[in-house]
Design a protein around this ligand. Structure first.
Ligand SMILES: C[S@@+](CC[C@H](N)C(=O)[O-])C[C@H]1O[C@@H](n2cnc3c(N)ncnc32)[C@H](O)[C@@H]1O
Length: 260
């Protein structure tokens, strides 16, 4: 598959992940030089889980994050639209509930989770803002969202070195460690095209989230975005009304600027 032109067509993205499912976690660990495990620990910690919490892991892949969440005493549902990733997840973690479904149309009732998380998934969605709206919908009032995603290093030197790694080194390494190495070319384009940290924060605020913030991990190679759904029912209701109104021309223009 040529991945440069993948253009995030959902069917093609799902097929690509079906293909890499078996070796996905191993390849990830190698390409990130072990850092992926640390990023996952930081993500689970940021969720501030309490025993009995119900957590949704969107784009949960093979369930590696879901397993770490479960260990903290919470109950977790891992959702993914790649049947290959879901099958691999069920094989590895039979006790975890996996659901095959689309992040942009979550098959869950409103206000049904205490926390929602997504690791390295948002960047792959055709409409990330729609998925953020869905995460907001399924969260209970006061619920937490944590998004772990590749981002952009802050230091120009690291930015330069990281781009060189993604463009030159990673394709060579992925050829050695994965039989589906073409899929990893897609990584460079999807990371390169991904907006800066503050834009993702703006998307979260636009969806209605409060206490929005982010923390750079590994110098900004990864960003950990956090936010809360408002506790106040009146605030939530007014956001719901605002969402259901068609956007005025000025709001639409503002959204375009944010996405640019
Ligand atoms: C890079 S993997 C990350 C998997 C896992 N979260 C992890 O950290 O290992 C991205 C995942 O997003 C899933 N995905 C992409 N678009 C999706 C969508 N619209 N709905 C559900 N899953 C999606 C893919 O199938 C894939 O499993």
């Amino acid at each position: 598959m040529t991945t440069a032109d993948l253009n995030k067509i959902p069917r093609d993205v799902a097929v690509m992940f079906d293909g890499v499912a078996r070796g996905y976690d191993r390849t990830n660990a190698i390409l990130s030089a072990g850092s992926s495990a640390l990023w996952r620990i930081a993500t689970v910690k940021a969720l501030e889980l309490q025993s009995g919490d119900r957590v949704l892991d969107v784009a949960g892949g093979t369930g590696t994050s879901a397993k770490a969440i479960e260990r903290s005493g919470a109950s977790v549902v891992a959702l993914d639209f790649s049947s290959g990733m879901v099958a691999e997840g069920r094989r590895r973690h039979p006790a975890i509930e996996f659901v095959e479904g689309d992040a942009e149309a979550l098959p869950f009732e409103s206000a049904s989770f205490n926390a929602v998380t997504v690791s390295f998934g948002l960047r792959n969605f055709a409409n990330p803002q729609v998925a953020i709206g869905e995460m907001y919908r399924v969260l209970k009032p006061g619920g937490r969202v944590v998004i772990c995603e590749f981002s952009h290093p802050v230091s120009p030197v690291l930015r330069f070195g990281y781009r060189a790694y993604l463009k030159r080194v990673m394709p060579l390494v992925s050829r050695l460690v994965s039989s589906h190495y073409a899929a990893y070319n897609y990584l460079f384009d999807s990371i390169n095209d991904w907006p800066e940290q503050r834009v993702v924060s703006q998307w979260l605020r636009a969806a209605g989230f409060t206490r929005v913030g982010y923390r750079n991990l590994s110098g900004g190679i990864v960003a950990l975005h956090r936010a809360r759904s408002p506790e106040d029912r009146k605030v939530r209701a007014s956001i719901g009304r605002r969402r259901s109104r068609p956007a005025s021309p000025s709001t639409a223009a503002m959204q375009l600027n944010v996405a640019d």
